[in-house]
Design a protein around this ligand. Sequence first.
Ligand code: NAD
Length: 499
Amino acid sequence: MSLFEKITTPNGKVIEQPLGLFINNEWVKTDSTIDTIDPSTGKKITAVYAASEKDIDAAVAAAVEAFENESWTSLTGSERGDYIFKIAEIIKRDAELLASIESYDNGKPYEAEALAGDLVEAYEVFKYYAGFADKIHGQFIGAEILGKNKMCFTDPTPLGAVASIIPWNFPFMMMAWKIAPALATGNTVVLKTSEITPLSALHLGKIVLEAGLPKGVVNIVSGYGKDAGHHLASHPDISKVAFTGSTATGQKIMEAAARSNLKNVTLECGGKSPYIVFADSDLDKALEWGFSGIFYNKGEVCTSTSRFFIEEPIYDEFVEKFVKFTKENSKVSHPFEKGCTIGPLVSSLQYEKVKKYVEIGKKEGAKLLSGKFHEGDGYFCDPFIFADCTDDMTICKEEIFGPVVSITKFKDAAEVIRRANNTTYGLAAALFTNNITRAHKVANKLQAGMVFINSNGDSDIHVPFGGVKMSGIGRELGTYALELYTTHKAIHVNLALDD
Ligand code: NAD
C-alpha cells in the first residue's frame, strides 16, 4: 500500500489522501492497516497505516526531540502565532475538500454541518489561538507583598511533548480544539485519531508541511485505542494527555497516566444532558432548540440533550408538536444530498448500539412515537422519540450517542432540578422559560459544565467547554485552554545578599 491515495468523494472532489503516520514531518508506513468505512454504504473508503507501540515510541521521540532542540520554543510568541495563523488560512482555503472528506468518513451532513459548522470552527480556533501565542506572560510579585529584599516572578512554560486523543464524532474540529492551544503555548504534539474516522485529521500533516513548521512539532498517528492509544497515554515521555471520548476510556486514560508518570490529564467525556421546558416558554422556539439539541450530528454529540423534561401543563401539546416538528424538519439522506439534516450513523457498531437501546426502550415500556431503521446499505435511521418515560429506564440513564430522545413530565422546578441532576454525568443542560428569575435560579442549581438558557448546544470557541462529575476534568476553548498546556514556574529572588 502506498502512502497516498487519490480519493474521489461523493460530491466529486478529488483528494490526495495521506495514509501513513506523520512523524518528524515525514509520512511513514507501518506493519498493519485499518480500513475506514463509508457509513452511507458500508463499503470501504480506503485503509490507513496503524501505529504499533514501536511507532508510538517513534512519534513521541520526535515530539520530545522537537521540544528539547527548542525549534519551536525558541521562536518568539509572535513567530509561533504566524505559523498557527498559516495553518488557519490553509484550513480556510481547503475547507470544501476537508469538509468533503469529513462527511465521507463520518456521515455528517456535508453542507449544513461539516462545511458550515466543523470547518468554520476549526479555522476560527486556529486563528483565535494564533493571536494568543504572544500574549502569555507571568506575574511579578514584589517586595510590597513579599517583604523587604524579596521578589518573585512567574514564568508560564509549556508542558513539553503532549498527547491528544480524539473521538470520531467531530474529528477535524476536536483536532483543532487540542492542537491550536497546545502549539500556541509552545508544546509539541502527538495526535492520535479515532480508528473509525482517521482521514480528515491526517490532512493536518499536509497543512503543517505547507505552513513550514519545524519537524517533530506536530506528529499524527492512526491506531487502535487499546494498543496505540493506551501506549501513548502510558508513555513516560509524554507530559500530558488531552482526551475526548467516552467516560469509560477517560477512566482508563487517567489510570494509565497515574501508573506511568503522573502526567497531566484533561478529559472531555460523555453526557446524558437534560432539556427542561417550563410551561411559560416560547413553545415554537423550544421545539426548534429541542430538535437541534438532540438530533444535530445524528445525536452523536457529547452535549446532546437526550433527556427531555416537560412541565405538566404543556406536556401533551409539546410531545405532539415535537413529533410533528421532527417529521417536518428531518431529512434523513445521504450526507451530500442538498438539505440533509441527518446522515447515517458513523459505523455498524454504533448502528447496532442504537438498535439495542431502541429495543430496550420498547421493552421497558417507553412509548415509541416516531423513528425507524432504514433497510438497505448504510447505517441510516429516522430520529427516535420515546414519550411517557420514567427516570429508571435504561434509555433515560445511559448515553446512547445517537438520535434517540426520551421525554418525561415534571411538576415544578425543585423536582426537575433533582431529577435532572440524578445522573453520574454533568456535561451540559438546557432550559426554556420566559421567567428570568427562574431561569437563573435553575441554571445555578444544575450540575453541569455548561447551561443553555433559551437555547441549546451553544458552544462557542471563546467560552470554556467541559463537564463536571463523570463528564470530565478541565476546560477546553477560550482562555481556559491555555492553562491546560502551561505550567507556571515561580522564580524567587533574594535581594538580601549584600546587606
Ligand atoms: P472512545 O472513548 O471509544 O474513543 C475515543 C478515543 O480514545 C479514540 O481515539 C480511541 O482510539 C481512543 N481510545 C480507546 N481506548 C483507549 C485506551 N484504552 N487508551 C487510550 N486511548 C483509547 O470514544 P468514541 O466512541 O470515539 O467517542 C464517543 C464518546 O466521546 C462519547 O461518549 C461522547 O460523549 C464522547 N465525546 C465527548 C466530548 C466532550 O467534549 N465531552 C466530545 C465528543 C465526544
